[in-house]
Design a protein around this ligand. Structure first.
Ligand code: MRU
Length: 377
């Protein structure tokens, strides 16, 4: 079950409410999410007391973005354990909520393994629930640390690839603190550049149809005082043509063993544009987004979303009139093609930046080496 209440305030953090937090009120443990479907209009908490509520929050994108899905998944398992629900059932339901971001199942399985191991050793469900929660907390903290390291590696790479002076960076979707235990992935690199006075402009793709760029990235950029400009996804081509983009920075939902990158739909066309215009296309993601079990781009399951997200404007602030709950922008009954992600082949990716450093050129061998390095740490 979930319930909501709004909150407001004055300080200048990206949001007043952290994207995710665990709380233990007297009524029992809860997972508190910042409901991202309501941004930028209001900061509203979504309080989950069980796995079905979390599954619904994941499906509706109240909680979203690959690293945060991993953290949410791990806490979801801990929640089921702490509240005495069937942990395996909860784990399968949560990891099945969305198919593309591999981090979701990585997070779920990590907490589930900790739970299983503790149960095996102690036979005590309370100790097992504590172990699941400790695993979720560890993942949360590791993600924050990884985020800071990605930002440092990414900024170093920009300095290597681009002439000195202010960088003009184009980004797509949302990859800041709303998707992370820290400051995010691609956005964190732009933020690091901003803090060092080296961000001339952040170009923010609006990211149709659910507007993660307009609603979330612009929100984060504004609250950090970054120089940013919002554009429609279709305007990116003319921006490249007029020489206004120095680099593209995006996150990733799954990186296949061959280096193919699944990210928010619209990333692949940017990679094609970037190649044509000799601009680096850089993917920033934690090592947990690399999935050695998915051999290539064709093997990545791309989530298909409901058509009403395209045929209607469903942002929370608009007047509700359509069958899907939004304003219709197409005739009733129009079919829509609405993949949530697309896949960019490795040859179009200049570099993948992780907390363990950058991989460039992007090859299967380099990714194997990266994953091995990460396991040794
Ligand atoms: O559908 P969403 O909003 O979950 O999609 C998110 C993205 O595509 C992000 O770019 C990706 O998860 C990387 S976030 C670091």
């Amino acid at each position: 079950m979930a319930d909501q209440h709004a909150q407001s305030g004055e300080d200048k953090r990206p949001t007043e409410i952290p994207a995710i937090r665990w709380e233990e009120p007297p009524e029992g443990p809860v997972l508190v999410l910042l409901d991202q479907t309501r941004l930028p209009v209001e900061e509203v908490e979504l309080v989950c007391t069980d796995a079905p509520a979390l599954v619904e929050a994941i499906r509706t994108l109240a909680v979203r973005g690959a690293p945060l899905l991993g953290i949410a998944g791990a806490y979801g398992v801990a929640l089921a354990a702490a509240r005495g629900f069937d942990v395996e059932d909860a784990a399968r339901a949560i990891e099945g909520a969305r198919p593309t971001a591999v981090n979701l199942s990585v997070g779920v399985r990590r907490a589930e393994a900790a739970h299983r191991a503790a149960l095996g050793t102690t036979g005590d469900p309370t100790a097992a629930a504590t172990a699941a929660l400790a695993a979720a907390r560890a993942l949360h903290q590791e993600d924050a640390a990884a985020s800071a390291r990605m930002a440092a590696h990414g900024l170093a790479l920009l300095d290597e690839l681009l002439p000195a002076g202010g960088h003009r960076i184009l980004t797509h979707c949302n990859s800041g603190s709303l998707v992370s235990g820290g400051e995010g992935t691609a956005f964190a690199v732009a933020l690091a550049a901003h803090r060092q006075g080296r961000l001339r402009r952040l170009w923010v793709d609006e990211t149709r149809p659910l507007l993660q760029g307009a609603r979330l990235t612009a929100y984060e950029a504004a609250r950090h005082g970054m120089a940013y400009t919002l554009l429609t996804d279709n305007a990116a081509g003319s921006l490249f043509a007029s020489g206004e983009v120095d680099a593209v920075l995006v996150g990733a939902d799954r990186i296949a063993a061959d280096g193919s990158v699944a990210n928010k739909v619209g990333s692949y066309p940017l990679a094609v544009l970037a190649r044509y215009h000799h601009v680096p296309f850089i993917v920033v993601a934690p090592v947990t987004t690399v999935d050695p079990g998915t051999p290539d781009g064709a093997s990545i399951e791309v989530e298909q979303r409901p058509g009403f997200e395209v045929t209607e404007i469903t942002a929370p602030q608009v007047q509700v009139t359509g069958a899907g709950g939004g304003i219709p922008v197409a005739p009733l009954g129009t079919q829509a093609y609405n993949p949530a992600f697309d896949v960019t082949p490795p040859e179009l990716v200049t570099a993948i930046v992780t907390e363990e450093g950058a991989v460039s050129p992007v090859t299967a061998e380099a990714l194997v080496e990266l994953c091995a390095r990460s396991r040794q740490v």
